[in-house]
Design a binder for this molecule. Structure first.
Ligand SMILES: [Fe+2]
Length: 547
């Protein structure tokens, strides 16, 4: 795209233009008193300053971009002004054409443009030669100079174009490597997708780009996950129905599409109304798992779309190739992340079933892990935990008593209080649970909840006697929720404890055994609908017993 023009050539063109101004200045030094000539020189100098200023990306897209387009008119003005000075026009006109043709080739790299410019210059030389009755020798000299300049500019332009293409490919290769490396090294899918869409927009010179993902294994609406515009001026679509707009169509068909049409219905560009002139969209494709006798089907995970508002621009085949490469990287990463998510959720459900089965052996602890999980999450949400911390807490609490699998049934299901020796055996369950879960690649936070959920703030807990700052907030929450559930439910050696007695126990232990902030949060939650629902069974009994 035009936006990709190498700024080095603009610098080169500016240099040639300075030469042009110098050459003409030297040739016509005696004419400097002419106001018309001074005007032409001033215009040439201003045009060159604008040219140099256009190196700045910030300005290219605003004022300077339009000013640079006017440079050609300023050049024409300079030539016309020079022609009005008879002595310059008659002898030195052809000298002006050489730097002009070369400067133009450096900027545009366009052979047709060079030939057209050379032709017009030759025609003007011829016309003036005839009007001024110059010799055939001077005509041949000027025409020869124009032809040589044109040929030189054409060769230069071809070489530059080759070099620009090579350097652009090199730059794109680096961008692909950078993005590929980010996907290989980073665990943060969103950050890597942001990096990818930014690289795609920068490398293709697009005005904006976005990645939309569909729901897992369904043809639901596409939701924008990441978007980027160098100027932040786009109102990106938040959600698109499958089959609607350009992105929806690409998601539906599973084929890349490139559109260049100013008159296109704006709904075709995903409803964006900022004067989009070209768009390109590619699907994020992945292969599902194959079954015997049936090859894996391609599945569309989402789309990656780029838009341009630059007049006359269109996306090239190279742009499409680059976008397809990026889309393939994103698709693999999204597919892997979803597969990890599914595996994780299957694992948690399996462990949950195991914990439930374990607790089902004993009517007194039935549902304990699930309730501890729910109470912990309620407290954590109240204390502002983020989604990742909540998930860690959820897995940790579901598994926290899994080590009881290693405690003999005679102790686990004993009716009555445990003896000191039996209690010592019971106290081994956090470490047993930790040893069971250690090889399962769980996070440090989850393993800590399993191992240390019986620790106390003052260090009187077990198995490691952690205290104070050694207990992270998530662990402090589990300790309170675990103790709350144990006290609130029935035990073989006692009935259901009155909830006010439970809370006064917590008040006594706040700051000593339990975190006071967590205890306060629990107190605030006590009358919530969810807590009533969780403990309705015990609290109804408690009221009945009290009556
Ligand atoms: Fe426990």
């Amino acid at each position: 795209m035009r936006g990709m023009k190498d700024l080095n050539w603009i610098r080169g063109a500016a240099l040639v233009r300075w030469c042009l101004i110098g050459v003409v200045g030297l040739i016509t030094i005696e004419e400097l008193r002419s106001s018309v000539w001074l005007l032409a020189m001033g215009a040439a100098v201003i045009s060159n300053i604008l040219f140099v200023a256009s190196e700045s990306i910030e300005f290219r897209f605003k004022f300077i971009a339009s000013a640079r387009n006017s440079v050609a008119y300023l050049d024409a003005l300079a030539i016309m002004a020079t022609l009005l000075v008879p002595s310059v026009a008659s002898h030195n006109l052809w000298l002006l054409s050489i730097p002009l043709i070369i400067a133009d080739s450096l900027v545009h790299h366009n052979l047709r443009r060079i030939f057209s410019l050379s032709g017009w210059t030759a025609a003007v030389c011829l016309a003036f030669n005839m009007l001024a009755n110059h010799t055939w020798v001077s005509l041949a000299m000027s025409l020869g100079a124009v032809v040589v300049a044109g040929a030189f500019a054409a060769g230069l332009s071809k070489a530059q174009r080759r070099e620009v293409n090579l350097s652009r490919r090199d730059q794109r290769l680096h961008a692909v490597q950078r993005v590929g490396l980010a996907f290989a090294e980073s665990q943060d899918l969103r950050a890597t997708m942001e990096l990818t869409i930014k690289a795609a927009v920068v490398e293709t010179g697009a005005s904006c780009g976005y990645i939309m993902l569909g729901a897992d294994e369904s043809r639901g609406p596409l939701v924008t996950e990441v978007a980027y515009s160098p100027h932040g001026e786009f109102d990106f679509p938040q959600e698109l129905d499958f089959g609607f707009g350009l992105s929806g169509y690409v998601a539906k068909m599973g084929q890349p599409v490139s559109v260049t049409d100013k008159n296109e219905d704006q709904s075709g560009f995903d409803g964006i109304t900022e004067g989009v002139t070209a768009a390109i969209s590619v699907p994020l494709l992945t292969r599902g798992s194959s079954t015997p006798g049936r090859s894996a089907e391609e599945q569309v995970l989402g789309v990656m779309t780029l838009l341009s508002t630059h007049k006359g621009d269109s996306f090239t085949a190279d742009d499409m190739e680059l976008l397809r490469t990026f889309a393939a990287l994103v698709a693999v990463a999204v597919s892997n992340a979803r597969s990890d998510e599914r595996q994780h959720s299957t694992f948690v459900r399996t462990m949950q079933s195991l914990a439930t089965a374990l607790e089902a052996r004993d009517e007194y602890t039935r549902g304990h892990s699930q309730r501890v999980c729910e109470v912990s999450l309620l407290i954590a949400e109240r204390l502002g935990f983020g989604p990742e911390a909540l998930e860690e807490l959820r897995v940790g609490t579901v598994l926290h008593d899994i080590g009881k699998i290693g405690v003999p049934d005679a102790i686990l299901n004993k009716r009555g209080r445990l003896t000191d020796d039996e209690f010592e055996i019971m106290k081994t369950h956090p470490v047993i649970g930790y040893e069971i879960c250690k090889p399962l690649a769980l996070s440090e936070g989850v393993l800590m909840i399993i191992r240390n959920h019986h620790e106390k703030l003052d260090g009187s807990g077990y198995p490691d006697g952690l205290k104070g700052g050694e207990l992270p907030l998530s662990l402090r929450i589990v300790c309170v929720a675990d103790a709350f559930d144990a006290m609130s439910s029935r035990r073989p050696y006692r009935g259901v404890m009155d909830r006010h007695t439970v809370m006064s126990e917590f008040s006594r232990g706040a700051g000593i055994q339990f975190d006071p902030v967590v205890v306060e949060s629990l107190r605030d939650l006590l009358n919530s609908a969810r807590m009533q629902e969780l403990y309705a069974h015990y609290w109804t009994e408690e009221e009945a017993e009290a009556a």
